[in-house]
Write a protein that binds this ligand. Structure first.
Ligand code: FES
Ligand code: FES
Length: 190
């Protein structure tokens, strides 16, 4: 099947079988290997990319269904060799170790920013009638909103600190942790 994909503001013509996933089209056909294949069945988030500004698992999306949509991968976030603020924050706060999950974490964070800007609640938003604010988004919210992205070497504290920085919070707290108590989510800052 012939399909034209718009990726990072460039057009790519492909002839592929309808069953080819977006992830395999990116990596195997187009050489855009920044997007990683972890589990290949929607459990780890390593393959997260943006389609029309929203995050998706590219291992669960068929490439042929993305025609006419703007796809952004990790390769498309930096502009004129200047890193995206989310990329810069991940570096400054040690938001990665092996880096295998990092492209997906960064794409998910870029989408998270947009979701918060639009006032989209998460599963742990307590007050659904008030606006979600960028600089007041708590760690429980950040962790919930990134819970679809796993990092096997546990750079989570650095990731949370990086997200806090790009949210405009002045005192990122990388050692903060959340424990789930019997009474629900409890946030503990160290
Ligand atoms: S590779 Fe897609 S979610 Fe794991
Ligand atoms: S940095 Fe995420 S899996 Fe290692």
């Amino acid at each position: 099947m012939d399909v034209t994909l718009s990726i990072n503001q460039k057009k790519y013509d492909l002839s592929i079988e309808p069953r080819v996933t977006l992830l395999d089209a990116l990596r195997e056909r187009l050489g855009l290997v920044g997007t990683k294949k972890g589990c290949d069945h929607g459990q780890c988030g390593a393959c997260t990319v943006l389609v029309e500004g929203q995050r998706i698992y590219s291992c669960l999306a068929l490439a042929v269904m993305q025609q006419g949509k703007e796809i952004t991968t990790i390769e498309g976030l930096a502009q004129d060799s200047v890193l995206h603020p989310v990329q810069q924050a991940f570096i400054e706060h040690d938001g990665f170790q092996c880096g295998y999950c990092t492209p997906g974490q960064i794409c998910a964070t870029v989408a998270l920013l947009e979701e918060v800007k639009q006032g989209t609640p998460s599963a742990v938003t307590s007050n659904l009638s008030s606006e979600v604010s960028m600089n007041e988004l708590c760690e429980a919210e950040i962790k919930e909103r990134l819970s679809g992205n796993l990092c096997r070497c546990s750079a989570y504290n650095g990731i949370v600190a990086a997200v806090q920085q790009v949210l405009g919070q002045t005192s990122p707290s990388p050692l903060a942790e959340i424990r789930v108590s019997q009474s629900g989510l409890k946030e503990i800052d160290e």
